[in-house]
Design a protein around this ligand. Structure first.
Ligand SMILES: NC(=O)c1ccc[n+]([C@@H]2O[C@H](COP(=O)([O-])OP(=O)(O)OC[C@H]3O[C@@H](n4cnc5c(N)ncnc54)[C@H](OP(=O)(O)O)[C@@H]3O)[C@@H](O)[C@H]2O)c1
Length: 369
């Protein structure tokens, strides 16, 4: 039995943020969600196909569902904006305006999202009164979207988001997949953002759905001004990856098609005060991600053991360990592996322990079986 009978439509439920919002809100609200090219089933919610560029179908869907609240997570990303500015303007600017008009006429609550990339990076950190000067096509279309939504429907609520992290999508998820596959990750050292845990956006949206309803523009940003390399180091340490897998890169030296702000950090005192919320700092946000990951503990242990084996191998290769000492060291690592997961039937026991022992045996033979 849902606690709240209002019907909420999440447009773009198949995306990074939309997916997280459906997961959070479906416990309490009646949710309908849409996808464009990737149908999703989240809990008991099956997404409905919607192309927001198709005005007739969009109106039909809105009128058929007749939601009390519309949350717009549909977006044309940076690449599409560069490749097809006309389509991107349709998705990021014209559609939000039409949606605002529909919500205004239907008296529905509207929540829309914008981005820290509406800023040029010269006068960071930015608050809600700072003037926006987007550098990229993406930033430009998103800024037009913000302005036209509030022009058509001043009661709409717009959250301007910093770089998001915290699920199977987004920057940290890319980093996780890259490191997991054994590849190095190139990370910028000269661009600063204020990364925001996606769980905090979900919490604030929950609060925004309760009266008294907020309207206007709110920045949502984490408390840390940080570059991607330092985010990578915190992630790698928490998840047990070697820091050697991270390679520093200067964004200003990379040949981008478009300029990007070097410092897009935002301040979010206004939203913290209005919604009585403290945002996770990056360390705690990454820990919260890890806590929600059922395989985190097993994966972290196996990686730390692999690093120990690698170190032992390097010491042998460098002549710093005799063969007998090396065997002793490997035995110790192996004993640690066995002690770490004494319970039979854990994921480690079934999958990782045999794989790990095989790895040691491949390198050293079955000397101590
Ligand atoms: N991710 C970040 O770090 C970040 C940072 C700042 C601001 N934001 C803002 O947060 C909001 C959500 O971003 P996100 O990262 O969740 O984006 P995302 O993962 O790229 O998801 C975009 C969503 O839009 C849908 N979509 C794309 N074209 C569509 C179309 N023509 N008609 C209908 N739906 C369409 C996609 O559907 P399919 O996947 O099914 O094709 C998907 O559900 C956006 O307003 C974005 O500007 C995000």
């Amino acid at each position: 039995m849902k606690k709240d009978l209002r019907k909420i439509l999440i447009i773009g439920a198949s995306g990074f943020l939309g997916h997280a919002l459906v997961q959070t809100l479906e416990k309490e609200f009646h949710i309908e969600g849409t996808h464009y090219s990737n149908p999703v089933k989240i809990g008991n919610i099956y997404s409905k196909k919607l192309d927001v560029m198709d005005e007739d179908s969009t109106n039909s869907l809105l009128n058929a569902i007749n939601p009390d609240v519309v949350i717009n997570c549909a977006v044309a990303g940076v690449d599409l904006c560069r490749q097809n500015p006309a389509k991107a303007t349709g998705i990021n600017a014209m559609f939000p305006e039409k949606l605002a008009e529909w919500c205004s006429i239907s008296n529905a609550q509207m929540i829309h999202f914008s981005t820290d990339l509406v800023f040029d990076g010269i006068n960071a950190p930015y608050d809600e009164l700072s003037e926006a000067h987007p550098l990229s096509e993406y930033g430009k279309t998103k800024l037009i979207g913000e302005k036209s939504v509030l022009y058509r429907y001043p009661s709409a609520l717009i959250f301007r988001l910093a770089l998001l992290y915290g699920s199977e999508k987004g920057f940290i998820s890319w980093l996780h997949k890259t490191l997991n596959s054994g590849k190095h990750a190139s990370l910028f050292i000269d661009q600063f953002r204020t990364p925001l845990y996606v769980g905090d956006v979900c919490s604030i949206v929950c609060k925004a759905l309760k009266p008294p309803f907020a309207s206007g523009l709110y920045n949502l940003a984490g408390p840390d001004r940080i570059n991607r390399m330092d985010i990578g180091k915190i992630f790698a340490k928490t998840y047990g990856f070697s820091l050697d897998m991270l390679k520093a890169e200067e964004m200003s030296k990379r040949k981008h098609y478009e300029p990007r702000p070097l410092d897009a950090s935002m301040r979010s005192e206004k939203s913290q005060k209005r919604f009585s919320i403290q945002f996770h700092n990056i360390r705690n946000g990454i820990k919260a991600m890890a806590k929600a990951d059922p395989l985190f503990k097993e994966n972290r242990c196996i990686r730390s053991l692999q690093i120990q084996v690698k170190l032992a191998l390097q010491m042998i290769a460098g002549g710093k360990l005799s063969q007998n000492e090396a065997y002793r060291q490997i035995d110790l690592v192996k004993k640690n592996a066995l002690n770490m997961f004494p319970k039979k039937g854990t994921t480690f026991d079934l999958i990782y322990r045999p794989r790990f022992i095989r790895l040691i045996e491949e390198v050293y033979g079955k000397h101590n079986e």
